[in-house]
Design a protein around this ligand. Structure first.
Ligand code: DAH
Length: 361
C-alpha cells in the first residue's frame, strides 16, 4: 500500500516534470493508468488529449525511452520490453476508442464497463411536421417562379396589420379578424399581409416575395378553426402584372402541390387592400370535383383570398400606381395540409400526438 502510494507520487511527478528514469514497475503502473484514461475518454477530444499525454512528442513514452539509458543495467532490458508494450497497448486502446466512437473499450484485467453484445436503444426517427412540410414545399414551388422569402414580426403594430392595408379602425372587415391585443397597443398579427407593406416600404419595385408565418385570431377552436394558424402571403409588383399572372401562378402552385388535375376557381369577393378581389378555391381532389363529404358536395375547397394590390396601398408605400401594378394572395397552410393529406380536423395538427405525426414521413 505504502509502496503503491510512493509509486503513485512518482508517476504524478513524472507527468509534471517528465522524470528521466522510470523503473519497470512504474512503467507497468503508468501503462494501466494510460489504458484506463483511454477507455474512459468520453469524446474524441478527450481521447486525443490522452494520446498527446502518453504518446505525444513531449508525452510519457518519449520520456520513458529517454530514461532507459540511466537505469541500472539489471532493470534496463525489462524496462525496454515494458516500454514497447506500453506503446503497443496504449496505441491499440486509442485506436479502439476511435473505432467505437468514444465508447469505453474493455480494460485488460477488468470487466468491461459496457456490454457490446446487448441490443442498442432504438430512439426512433423523427419527421418534419406536416405544417412545416407544406411551408417548405410551398416555398420551393414559389422559388421556382422567382419568388424570394420575406419575413415579418408576429407581434405587429395596428398600423401594419390594418391601417396600411387600407383597413381603418371603423372598417367592418376588422371585426372578423379580432385578435390578441397587447397593453402597448400592438397585437398578434391576424394575417401575413402586413409583410407586403414592410417589404414595399423597404425596396422599390419590382417585388416578388412569399412570406410564410404564424397568424393569430380570437377564434374558438373547432375542426376548422384555431386561434393560432399559418399563412403564406404572396406579392408580385412590376410594370405589367395582371390578374392573368395571378391565376396562372396560383394554378401552377396548386398543380404542383396537390396534383396535375387540380383546377382553380376565382370568385368575386372584397378585401380592403386589393381591388378587384377574389376568394379562390381548388377543385376537390377527393372526388375530382364531383361533390363529396369533404367538399360538402360542392366540388370545390376554399383556400383563401387574393386580388390586384389596391392603388391606395401602392401609393401609401411610395409606389406610383400609374407605373406599376401588382397582385397579392394569402394561403392557409393548415387548409392545404388538410387537403393534401386528408386530415379532417385542424386540431390534430397541434396535439403533438406522435402516432399521428409519424404518418407524414
Ligand atoms: N389576409 C387575408 C386573410 O387573412 C387573405 C388575403 C386576401 C391575402 C387578399 C391577400 C389578399 O394578400 O390579396 O383573410
Amino acid at each position: 500500500m505504502c509502496r503503491n502510494r510512493r509509486a503513485d507520487r512518482r508517476i504524478m511527478d513524472m507527468e509534471v516534470r517528465a522524470v528521466k528514469t522510470m523503473r519497470p514497475s512504474e512503467i507497468a503502473e503508468l501503462m494501466q493508468k494510460a489504458l484506463v484514461d483511454c477507455a474512459g475518454a468520453a469524446s474524441a477530444e478527450e481521447l486525443e488529449a490522452a494520446r498527446i499525454k502518453y504518446l505525444g512528442r513531449k508525452g510519457a513514452l518519449p520520456a520513458i525511452m529517454k530514461g532507459l539509458k540511466d537505469l541500472d543495467p539489471s532493470e534496463r532490458a525489462e524496462a525496454g520490453k515494458l516500454a514497447n508494450e506500453f506503446k503497443k497497448a496504449v496505441s491499440a486502446a486509442i485506436a479502439e476508442g476511435k473505432r467505437s466512437s468514444g465508447k469505453t473499450a474493455p480494460i485488460p484485467g477488468r470487466a468491461p464497463s459496457f456490454d457490446h453484445t446487448l441490443p442498442g436503444l432504438w430512439r426512433g426517427l423523427g419527421s418534419r411536421h406536416p405544417v412545416s412540410q407544406v411551408i417548405e414545399e410551398s416555398v420551393r414551388i414559389f422559388s421556382s417562379l422567382g419568388f424570394t422569402i420575406a419575413d415579418g414580426p408576429d407581434v405587429e403594430t395596428e398600423y401594419y396589420n390594418f391601417d396600411a392595408l387600407n383597413t381603418p379602425a371603423d372598417h367592418p372587415s376588422r371585426d372578423i379578424q379580432d385578435t390578441f391585443w397587447l397593453k402597448n397597443g400592438s397585437l398578434l398579427r391576424t394575417q401575413t399581409s402586413p409583410v407586403q407593406i414592410r417589404v414595399m416600404e423597404k425596396q422599390p419595385p419590382p417585388v416578388r416575395i412569399v412570406a410564410p408565418g404564424r397568424c393569430y385570431r380570437r377564434d374558438t377552436s373547432d375542426a376548422t378553426h384555431s386561434a393560432n394558424f399559418h399563412q403564406i402571403e404572396g406579392l408580385y409588383v412590376d410594370a405589367t402584372v395582371s390578374m392573368t399572372d395571378l391565376k396562372s401562378d396560383i394554378t401552377y402552385f396548386a398543380q404542383r402541390m396537390i396534383g396535375p388535375d387540380v383546377k382553380v376557381r376565382f370568385r368575386p369577393h372584397f378585401f380592403p387592400f386589393t381591388e378587384p378581389s377574389v376568394e379562390y378555391d381548388f377543385s376537390c381532389h377527393a372526388c375530382d370535383g364531383d361533390g363529396c363529404r369533404i367538399c360538402k358536395k360542392s366540388g370545390w375547397i376554399e383556400i383563401s383570398g387574393a386580388g390586384m394590390v389596391n392603388p391606395k396601398v401602392l401609393k401609401s408605400v411610395g409606389y406610383d400606381p400609374e407605373a406599376v401594378s401588382g397582385y397579392a394572395f394569402g394561403m392557409g397552410i393548415e387548409r392545404i395540409a388538410m387537403i393534401k393529406y386528408g386530415i379532417n380536423d385542424i386540431r390534430m395538427l397541434y396535439e403533438n400526438d406522435v402516432r399521428f405525426l409519424g404518418q407524414f414521413v
